[in-house]
Design a protein around this ligand. Structure first.
Ligand SMILES: *Cc1c(COP(=O)(O)O)cnc(C)c1O
Length: 430
């Protein structure tokens, strides 16, 4: 029943992956707190290791609680399969890992989460990979950036923190022509607001730390594969199309079809990189996802109310939120994220850096934290925190200039959030 694709989103977020426990009938998905699983016999063990039979070996690779979450996230995104891992950044690495090799590059949007800019700009160089950052509104520049060594194109559906919506249809037309997979980070939008696979994404990555868990309890990540990319169409993706020396010469695409990427991520990615999600984290995230649509509706309506109030306040010089009619990206909502532009936006405060720091210190209901997508409203001054290591140009490109504060609007009563902002703005701009 739970795999029926015709079920609605609100049903899938509760039921997908969560059949009653086959051993006990437990209605809630149990936390399988175990490292290993007893093989029926030596033949069963051999079949599992040969990927001839699907089952459990060791919890670095697979675990039933984590598996339930994988099934649920794949169902909500409309993917063939999903793999969970220990954080959103782990998910990004897991997504790139089967595609890249030394000398290869990824084309990335300039409008990305600050930590992703850091990971792509510096850390992946250790593997001999590189990233080229391009303005994804300049389609000719995206096309021109793709070269013979490009193995992926990466962007966010709704970009944090710039109030930006990527025209995924236009970008996926380019990646289709080039025969390159499109990876979309759907963290800020969630599958409730945006389905990147419907707009041509090959892979969708998540920081489940944010809205999917929803209450700031655990870190986690997920990679969802659409199952639609033909890895054998060129010789660019040998890990998936050619005999894989890291797994006794199996050809993943030939052997596993639309599940090739997912199985590669488990059999080699998790096995050798070890960025595994633990079953406790999966449990919290399964709980969170059950109410995803309800929370996202409230995050969106609160964000519109608070952003509209701020836009009309003389102490604010700009609000960058695609949910406002004044946003240059408002027109993309109907096409890309018809249920709304999410709960995150930035505001530019009169008085610049100093006023921003004062504002953050004066807020009471908003918590000053490096996080987003919590039931609680959160605030951060990116220039002095998450985007501190970036250059001024990178900060400006990411929508995190020094006079800008990012708000993650929670599910509280919006009039209380507005009152808190009102008193803090008075203190900050006095
Ligand atoms: C938080 C975040 C990440 C990184 O996720 P972690 O779980 O913190 O590793 C990546 N992309 C976006 C858009 C995020 O908000």
């Amino acid at each position: 029943m739970t795999d029926t694709p015709t079920l609605g989103f609100d049903t899938l977020q509760v039921h997908a992956g969560a059949e009653p426990d086959p051993a006990t009938g437990a209605r809630q998905t149990p936390i399988y707190q175990t490292t290993a699983y007893v093989f029926r016999d030596a033949d069963h063990a051999a079949k599992l290791f040969n990927l001839e039979e699907v089952g459990y070996i060791y919890s670095r690779l697979t675990n039933p609680t984590v598996g339930a979450l994988q099934t649920r996230i794949a169902a909500l995104e409309g993917g063939a399969g999903a793999v969970c891992c220990s954080s959103g950044h782990a998910a990004q690495l897991m997504a790139l890992f089967p595609l890249m090799s030394p000398g290869k590059n990824v084309i990335a949007s300039t409008r990305l989460y600050g930590g992703t800019v850091q990971q792509f700009n510096q850390t992946i160089k250790k593997f001999g990979w590189s990233a080229k950052f391009v303005d994804f509104d300049d389609l000719d520049a995206v096309k021109a950036a793709i070269d013979d060594d490009t193995r992926a194109v990466f962007c966010e559906s709704i970009a944090n923190p710039g109030g930006y919506i990527t025209d995924l249809d236009a970008i996926s037309a380019i990646t289709d022509d080039a025969g390159i997979p499109l990876i979309v980070d759907n963290t800020s939008a969630t599958p409730y607001l945006c389905n990147p696979i419907k707009h041509g994404a090959t892979l969708v990555v998540h920081s489940t730390t944010k809205y999917l868990t929803g209450n700031g309890t655990v870190t986690g990540g997920a990679v969802v594969d659409s199952g639609k990319f033909d890895w054998s169409a060129s010789d660019k993706f040998p890990s998936l199309s050619a005999p894989e020396p890291a797994y006794h010469g199996i050809k993943f695409h030939e052997a596993l079809g639309p599940m090739a990427f997912t199985f590669h991520s488990i059999a080699i990615g998790l096995r050798d990189l070890g960025m595994t999600m633990n079953p406790q984290a999966a449990h919290y995230t399964l709980m969170g996802i059950e109410t995803l649509s309800l929370r996202m509706e409230k995050h969106v309506s609160n964000a519109i109310e608070v952003a509209t109030w701020l836009e009309n306040d003389p102490r604010i010089t700009a609000v960058t939120y695609a949910g406002l009619k004044s946003s240059p990206y408002h027109g993309r909502i109907a096409k890309i994220c018809p249920k709304g532009a999410g709960g995150l936006f930035t505001v530019a405060v009169k008085g610049g850096y100093d006023a921003c720091v004062k504002l953050v210190d004066s807020l009471n209901l908003f918590s000053h934290v490096a996080n987003l997508g919590d039931t609680r409203s959160l605030v951060i001054h990116s220039a002095s925190t998450t985007h501190r290591q970036l250059s001024d140009e990178q900060r400006a490109a990411a929508g995190a200039a020094s006079d800008v504060v990012r708000l993650s609007i929670g599910i509280e009563d919006p009039k209380d959030l507005i009152a808190d902002l009102d008193q803090a703005l008075s203190a900050a701009t006095a």
